[in-house]
Design a protein around this ligand. Structure first.
Ligand code: GDP
Ligand code: MG
Length: 321
């Protein structure tokens, strides 16, 4: 990295490896605290280069167990790893996030691993934005790669694509029969399908069904979803899973997909933020601005409808003049 153009002290501390400064900044991001802004902004130019690997899929399929084993292997190979567990459902009380915490706490004395769980802060877009910022903080702090585990709820599963460079959808064998009815969304987001718990019966069948479906699936970017089988209890398949992740990361570099994906994610991120601003602004104006209040009055009185009112408001106030 080129010489730092005067980073704020908190940002400098993060870059220097101060884990407490990192933790404080992450908390500020999580709370949408304005204090996070100068830090996040100053560090932004140093980010966007490392793999961000998403692990998503239903609750209990073994995502945290896989994460724990993958982290162990990466540490053995000398790579530093940040991990974020995103709990969409229950702020601060998510049992599984707590479980993750305990499982990974064992590495608390290892400076090459940083684990953090994050509670939901409202809508999926908000989670994606906060997760992205935390991933950037981890990158600025020097971690070689970042994992993001979602606890498993449709919306967040889809939001993983707004965060991860490689998305792994984890399933288990006995979903085999239901595979046809899997949410189409999963096929859109999966760069890799992992049939975990392959020590249980039905893994071959599930993997076969998945590859059939995957071959029909997306190919717009030239990548066909890979299917791997793992077991964290056996254990088996961990090498194959990691190789598939690396293969996808290589593909991103060779195909230009890394830049295109980053561009797509950043466009979404900017649009999300503008939407947030405009939404807040409109809410305030509908309350304070005389003209807009009377527009709202007309909607309430059924003299016009919300769609027309929104169109009109948007056209008048926000569209390029
Ligand atoms: N049989 C079997 N059980 C597993 C395997 N991986 C995880 N489990 C168990 O599945 C349960 C849920 O695992 P966890 O990693 O918390 O799942 P997550 O909710 O997806 O993070 C735990 O009891 C694990 O011990 C596996 O490969 N085979
Ligand atoms: Mg978990």
């Amino acid at each position: 990295m080129s010489p730092a153009p005067r980073l704020p002290p908190a940002a400098r501390a993060i870059v220097a490896g101060d884990r407490r400064a990192l933790a404080r900044a992450i908390t500020a991001v999580e709370n949408d605290d304005p204090a996070a802004r100068p830090i996040v902004r100053a560090l932004y130019p140093r980010t966007g280069k490392i793999p961000v690997i998403g692990l998503t899929g239903p609750l209990g399929v073994g995502k945290s167990s896989l994460l724990s084993l993958l982290i162990g292997r990466l540490r053995t190979a000398g790579r530093s790893v940040g991990a974020i567990a995103v709990d969409p459902s229950s702020p601060f009380s998510g049992g599984s996030v707590l479980g993750d915490r305990i499982r990974l706490e064992r590495r608390a004395d290892d400076d090459g691993v940083y684990f953090r769980s994050m509670a939901s802060r409202g809508e999926a877009g908000g989670i994606a934005a906060a997760t992205r910022e935390v991933a950037r903080l981890l990158e600025a702090a020097g971690f070689d790669l970042v994992f993001v585990e979602t606890v498993g709820s449709g919306q967040v599963d889809v939001a993983i694509r707004e965060v991860a460079t490689t998305s792994v959808v984890v399933l288990v064998p006995h979903l085999g029969d239901d595979v046809q009815t899997l949410k189409a969304g999963l096929f859109e987001i999966a760069d890799i399908f992992d049939v975990n718990k392959s020590d249980l019966p039905g893994a071959d069948r599930a993997a076969r069904d998945l590859s059939e479906l995957a071959s029909l699936g997306r190919s717009a970017d030239g990548w066909t979803s890979r299917i791997v089988r793992t077991s964290t209890t056996a254990p088996m398949g961990l090498d194959e899973l990691w190789e598939a992740i690396e293969a996808h990361e290589r593909f991103l570099d060779e195909s230009g997909g890394r830049v295109a994906g980053e561009r797509r994610r950043l466009a979404r991120e900017i649009a999300d933020r503008v939407r947030e601003h405009v939404g807040r602004d409109v809410t305030v104006r509908l309350d304070r601005d005389r003209e807009l209040r009377s527009l709202l009055d007309r909607v309430v009185a059924r003299r016009t409808d919300p769609i027309s009112a929104a169109d009109r408001l948007y056209r008048q106030r926000y569209r390029a003049r």
